[in-house]
Design a protein around this ligand. Structure first.
Ligand SMILES: Cc1ncc(COP(=O)(O)O)c(C=O)c1O
Length: 364
């Protein structure tokens, strides 16, 4: 019996054919596929600028770079996220100010954001975690009139919607990742920056390519964060499938919810009435989480924990910024959360195997 994987990779003949064409073309960077992928992504989100970059982390680095941060400036981030939401700030000697999470959506607690605004706050980075959008209206209200920029970390939220609008389009800049486990991928690392702000759009595009304005002229400080032609051709094909994949993900979430809602010792995902989740992962809370993981491992069903160590408790954060204040909700959930396999490519047979094992475990 094969393992049921936590995530699955999509590959088809169209991708293979188009990748071969790029290989034969001899153009591997800055070619037509980058432009095509960027304009398709732009159109999909309904945003003015989309800029392909080498990873979600690179996108966050470039977005923070646009804030012209001075040493000691603060950016408010959740702690319950992947570490890359916060670590690029250290390169600018800026300080991540960690906020707690909402116990239902796992996203940043916007009330805690309000309390942590200071005269040094220059940015807020809402992370649409697991695909659930952050309550953006309250953040926009907080940032209003205060020269605070909002950078949406959409690395887990391709196609998720907040009040009918795609995430990434609601703040000043939006950041996406195409890391191989994400809801759409590019055959390696990759990322996308999006913005409706023309100045940011132009600068981000220039600075991901050494800050050059012409081939030999560099007016801005940039680095090489380019996305390759092969990855762009894969991304463009995957983007075409994304809307159907999201619907399939939502169906699988419903399938799991229908099984798990019967057990009082399990907290199933909550989708707020203003949200349409793209569901990157299916995460529940359960007592004795590690026993649950061991059981599924024995049954050859992979599970994941996103994330076992809160970012404000990571050694590197404590080394740079010192011991951080406690965040009780975040610290309370990290030993209870666990994610089940979620992919539009899961077969009916695999889903039934998982269903049987959930019931066996719960009723053992
Ligand atoms: C919330 C979040 N932010 C940032 C990143 C970083 O993206 P990447 O792995 O493409 O650098 C990820 C992805 O792993 C993520 O999940």
């Amino acid at each position: 019996m094969d393992d049921i994987k936590l995530v699955k990779q999509f590959m088809d003949d169209e991708i293979k054919t188009e990748v071969m064409k790029v290989l034969d073309s001899g153009y591997y960077i800055k070619g037509p596929n980058l432009k095509n992928f960027e304009s398709s992504f732009q159109e999909y989100l309904g945003v003015k600028h989309a800029i392909g970059v080498s990873s979600g982390t690179a996108a966050l680095f470039l977005a923070y770079n646009e804030l012209n941060l001075n040493p000691g400036d603060e950016v408010i981030v959740p702690s319950h996220t992947f570490i890359a939401t916060a670590t690029p700030l250290a390169f600018f000697k800026a300080k991540p100010v960690f906020v707690d999470c909402d116990p239902d959506t796992y996203c940043m607690d916007t009330e805690d954001v309000k309390e942590k605004i200071t005269s040094k706050t220059r940015g807020i980075t809402p992370v649409h975690l697991y695909g659930h959008p952050v309550d953006m209206d309250s953040l926009v209200e907080i940032a209003k009139d205060k020269k605070i920029k909002i950078i949406e970390d959409c690395c887990q939220a391709h196609g998720s919607e907040y009040k009918g609008k795609k995430v990434g389009t609601l703040g000043d800049m939006g950041v996406f990742s195409f890391f191989p486990s994400k809801s759409m991928t590019v055959g390696g690392d990759g990322g996308m920056l999006v913005t409706n702000n023309d100045k940011f759009g132009e600068m981000l595009s220039v600075k991901r390519d050494h800050g050059r304005t012409t081939k030999y002229e560099n007016e801005n400080l940039g680095l090489n964060f380019r996305l390759s032609e092969i990855q762009c051709v894969i991304g463009k094909i995957q983007l075409k499938h994304l809307p159907a994949w999201i619907e399939k993900r939502r169906e699988i979430v419903q399938f799991y919810n229908n099984i798990l809602k019967n057990y009082s010792n399990v907290k199933i995902p909550v989708e707020k009435e203003w949200a349409k989740c793209g569901y990157y992962v299916y995460t529940i809370q359960i007592e004795n989480r590690d026993k649950f993981i061991d059981y599924f491992k024995e049954k050859k069903i992979q599970t994941g924990v996103y994330y076992p160590i809160p970012v404000h408790r990571q050694p590197i954060i404590e080394r740079i910024y010192g011991k951080q204040p406690s965040l009780p909700i975040t610290e309370g959930i990290v030993d209870k959360i666990v994610s089940l396999p979620l992919s539009p490519l899961l077969t009916e047979e695999e889903l039934n195997r998982i269903k049987i094992e959930i019931i066996n475990y719960m009723e053992r």
